[in-house]
Design a binder for this molecule. Structure first.
Ligand SMILES: *Cc1c(COP(=O)(O)O)cnc(C)c1O
Length: 344
């Protein structure tokens, strides 16, 4: 199949779709060590049918973006955090860790090799980078694989939630995405398999996605689909985000938490967000690399609909957080030391 050429890409109408760009990176773990790894043009993975990834979900992944700046250069946002989080996910699934320096270097190689597919500055698009790791080999038993593949591919993307920075509505789900001491804080494939049905139900009912409540009591907000939740209190002074062992620690969320405190002068709190106390908040948002910030217009729960700032307009604090974060990511605003890494 022919590779996608940059000249074939309609940068103004990108969704979140797979593209067969020319290059991806692959390294293999064999005999207790990682190979050097290299760029390859082959977009298919050839693995044994007994591979643990296929049967028992021994796989994890990351999601990050490369941003085109005004001067035409390309940069990454906190790639060391993605490397560290993937190492934590690997620890949970008994998979070998890929070292941070090699991870960042491999991401740079993939972005550089596909650089003409990084959407232009001002289009709102980015090059989404997807590192994945999986257990492979002919060992059908329920134990960790002896061999692993680490691969990084990339694709140009537009805004994740349709409509971008306009509020959308969400509904709570009766399902859980992860158990309290399960794999919720690891970015693993199985969590997503578990989220397909509840997500589909929410979409069919006309919502952007579903809200997962804590798996112990179903009283507190945990995640908004595959994004973290934050709320701004009614007095406009506090940034609040849930804390729980079954939440995936979003790099976007922790970046916003830092910016809320140090740039916007807000108080910040990681704590309980009870679904029956949403009156505390005047604004709410869902955040993650793919979604950036998606304002939450309203949440439907047990037949009650709670509207935050507005179902059609973005609140001022959410807007400010969005402008500050994306300003840093696209190189227009100077961020904290080390957040931005140039691809050169
Ligand atoms: C990846 C992910 C997020 C967002 O994390 P970022 O580092 O901000 O991209 C939030 N929730 C879940 C379940 C995720 O998998």
């Amino acid at each position: 199949m022919a590779k996608v050429k940059a000249s074939d890409i309609d940068f103004d109408n990108l969704g979140f779709d797979y593209f067969d760009l020319p290059y991806r990176f692959q390294a293999t773990w064999k005999d207790g060590k990682w190979s050097e790894g290299e760029l390859t043009q082959d977009n298919e993975v050839h693995i044994n049918e007994g591979s643990t990834v296929l049967h028992y979900g021994q796989s994890d992944f990351e999601g990050m973006k490369a941003y085109r700046t005004k001067d035409g250069s390309v940069q990454l946002f906190r790639p060391d955090r993605n490397a560290a989080r993937m190492q934590n996910s690997c620890e949970r699934l008994l998979m070998p860790k890929f070292p941070t320096d090699k991870f960042v270097d491999a991401v740079k190689q993939v972005v550089k090799a596909n650089e003409d597919s990084v959407p232009p500055y001002g289009s709102g698009g980015t090059l989404y980078v997807r590192p994945i790791m999986m257990g492979v080999g002919g060992n059908i038993g329920v134990h960790p694989a002896d061999e692993y593949l680490f691969r990084i591919f990339a694709m140009p993307v537009g805004a994740y939630f349709k409509g971008g920075m306009t509020p959308t509505n969400f509904t709570t789900s009766e399902y859980d995405r992860a158990a309290h001491k399960g794999t919720g804080q690891s970015k693993v494939g199985g969590n997503y398999a578990a989220s397909l049905l509840p997500g589909d139900q929410a979409h069919k009912a006309g919502y952007s996605d579903c809200i997962y409540l804590d798996p112990v009591e179903h009283k507190k907000i945990e995640e908004v689909g595959s994004a973290n939740f934050f709320g701004i209190t009614k007095d406009g002074k506090k940034f609040v985000t849930p804390k729980s062992p079954s939440i995936l620690p979003s790099i976007t969320k922790y970046s916003l938490l830092y910016l809320a405190e140090h740039e916007l002068g807000l108080e910040v709190e990681e704590g309980d967000v009870y679904i029956d106390q949403l009156d505390r908040f005047s604004e709410a948002g869902a955040c993650g690399t793919a979604a950036v910030i998606s304002p939450v217009g309203a949440i439907e729960h047990n037949g009650n609909k709670h509207v935050f700032y507005s179902e059609t307009e973005v609140g001022p604090v959410t807007q400010k957080l969005y402008d500050t974060l994306t300003g840093i990511q696209f190189g227009d605003v100077k961020g904290p030391e080390g957040w931005v890494v140039k691809v050169d």
